[in-house]
Write a protein that binds this ligand. Structure first.
Ligand code: NAD
Length: 499
């Protein structure tokens, strides 16, 4: 089948965007809209439709219609469409990066450009995998041919968060479409603009209805999507709390579900790593330059007692040198928190830390109430020390730049504390001794452990959570096969003329 270029976006100015349904840009059936704010300035920048159940129904109908022919497009041909999308995304990466920065408050130089680039890379990676949707033959003897086919599931319902919105959208769209599914995605209400821009680029290379992107609130628009009988698979990235709602909806209709959820990831520093490279690594792992609004933030810092104070003083020196300010300014390292709700939540945790007589503020604290930083939802990197792993700040996902430093002197105890969490997404180990590093990595209950680095995910990794951090993997070839295909076995009797 020929993949043709489809509808040009109409009402898509930055100040007013539509949702993508059946290749067309559409308002909500209710006509209601959501105002999108620039969190660094607390100013409105755009309006998007406030989608509801009727819009979900329209989008699912379009995706179901498109599914009948998309699943029959040769897999490598589907891959080629993704490769063209990758190229177009790369060509417009600066525009995507600026949009991400404007709506999320993430700094352009340190975060948003990287997100735009990896988004193109994700399409590039999955675009090459069409030919890998292979089945197997089963050796049942000379007179039987038994084989498996990797078939698409149908219409995938996807719901994503705001913290790395475009990258997280790409991580669902690319593997799902490569495998022959169509999709209805609900973007996060706080950051839909970059996702809509990406959808606009994708739509240039896809038949109508293959990808549909809705905007709207969680329960009002995401809820009907989770529960729509036309959805064959649910793929969710977001909080563990909402992940449970998604799983309940999946259980109700027995549809498969992938969940990429929250984290409270440990960093374990051995005494031989009291050095600058490890401090840089801790800053990267804590995602301080993304205001720590990252599911993989290494937010529990287990420091060996011999290096506790010296490591923290190095960390203070380097972290406080980072520049907080206008996300679009090239000199800025750290931007703003996404919205008032998250800002207030982060401040409450800091306030609680400040009030505890048994916790020590190492550096940071509550955000300034006057001056340029008070114009947006800016927070400052904050580190508390001297309490153990058992208080609220060490147990709950803050999703803001609040790091707790915890002392240890016995490796087994450090690992026990690291594992004493209902989360298990990421972890970081810092040591020159590779044996120690790997022993610790193997003992940690997390889906992704990095030794001596604190980098972000790379397409091809088997990325996903243990425990309440999630179920399933989507980031890789095997993620695509496991999460976006179902296997059919066909068994043929080759002997009918002789029986
Ligand atoms: P959230 O769970 O509040 O919202 C995520 C999405 O779910 C949004 O689109 C929201 O509108 C929607 N939603 C909310 N309630 C819903 C409902 N009742 N029915 C259907 N949809 C609903 O999360 P958030 O605050 O947007 O994002 C932060 C969370 O995401 C953190 O917990 C973070 O750790 C997690 N996260 C995980 C990963 C990962 O890969 N594991 C990546 C990024 C973020």
């Amino acid at each position: 089948m020929l993949i043709t270029t489809q509808a040009k976006p109409q009402a898509n100015t930055l100040s007013s965007r539509g949702m993508l349904i059946d290749g067309q840009w559409s308002d909500s059936t209710s006509g209601a809209r959501i105002t999108i704010e620039n969190p660094a300035k607390r100013l409105p920048i755009a309006e998007v439709p406030r989608g509801n159940a009727a819009d979900v129904a329209r989008a699912v109908a379009a995706a179901a219609k498109a599914q009948a022919s998309w699943r029959k497009v040769q897999p490598r041909e589907r891959g080629r469409a993704l490769l063209k999308i990758a190229e177009a995304l790369q060509a417009r990466s600066e525009e995507i990066a600026r949009t991400i920065s404007l709506e999320t408050g993430n700094a352009l130089r340190t975060q948003a450009r990287g997100e735009a680039n990896i988004t193109a890379d994700i399409f590039l990676y999955f675009g090459g995998l069409g030919g890998e949707l292979k089945g197997e033959t089963i050796p049942l003897g000379e007179h039987v041919l038994s084989y498996t086919r990797r078939e698409p599931l149908g219409v995938v319902g996807a719901v994503i968060p705001w913290n790395a919105p475009v990258m997280l959208a790409a991580l669902k769209i690319a593997p799902a479409l490569c495998a022959g599914n169509t999709m209805v995605m609900k973007a996060a209400e706080d950051a839909p603009l970059g996702v809509l821009l990406m959808a606009e680029i994708c739509q240039e290379f896809l038949p109508p209805g293959v990808l549909n992107v809705l905007t709207g609130f969680g329960a009002e628009c995401g809820g009907p999507l989770l529960n729509h009988p036309g959805i064959a698979k649910l793929s969710f990235t977001g909080s563990t709390e909402v992940g449970k709602i998604v799983m309940r909806a999946a259980a109700e209709r027995i549809v498969p579900v992938s969940l990429e959820l929250g984290g409270k990831s440990p960093s374990i520093v051995y005494p031989d790593a009291d050095e600058d490279w490890a401090v840089d690594g801790i800053i990267a792992a804590m995602r301080f330059t993304r205001q720590s609004q990252s599911c993989t933030a290494g937010s529990r810092l287990f420091l060996h007692e011999d290096i506790f104070d010296s490591f923290l003083s190095k960390l203070e020196k380097k972290t406080t040198a980072l520049k907080i300010g206008d996300p679009l300014d090239e000199k800025t390292d750290i931007g703003s928190i996404i919205n008032n709700k998250q800002f207030t939540k982060v401040c409450k945790y800091i306030d609680e830390g400040l009030k505890r007589s048994d916790a020590r503020l190492v550096f940071g604290g509550l955000p300034p109430r006057t001056g340029p930083l008070s114009e947006g939802y800016f927070t400052i990197p904050t580190v508390f020390a001297d309490r153990s792993n058992d208080w609220r700040l060490a147990r709950e996902e803050i999703f803001g730049p609040v790091l707790v430093a915890i002392r240890w002197n016995d490796e087994a105890e450090a690992i026990r504390m690291a594992n004493d969490s209902h989360y298990g997404l990421a972890a970081y180990v810092w040591t020159h001794d590779i044996g120690t590093g790997l022993r610790t990595a193997h003992a940690i209950e997390s889906g992704w452990v990095q030794v001596n680095q604190g980098l972000g995910q790379v397409p091809g990794m088997s990325y996903g959570g243990y425990k309440q951090s999630g179920i399933g993997r989507e980031f890789s070839l095997e993620g695509m096969l496991d999460s976006f295909t179902q296997r059919k076995n066909v068994t043929v009797n080759l002997d009918i003329h002789h029986s």
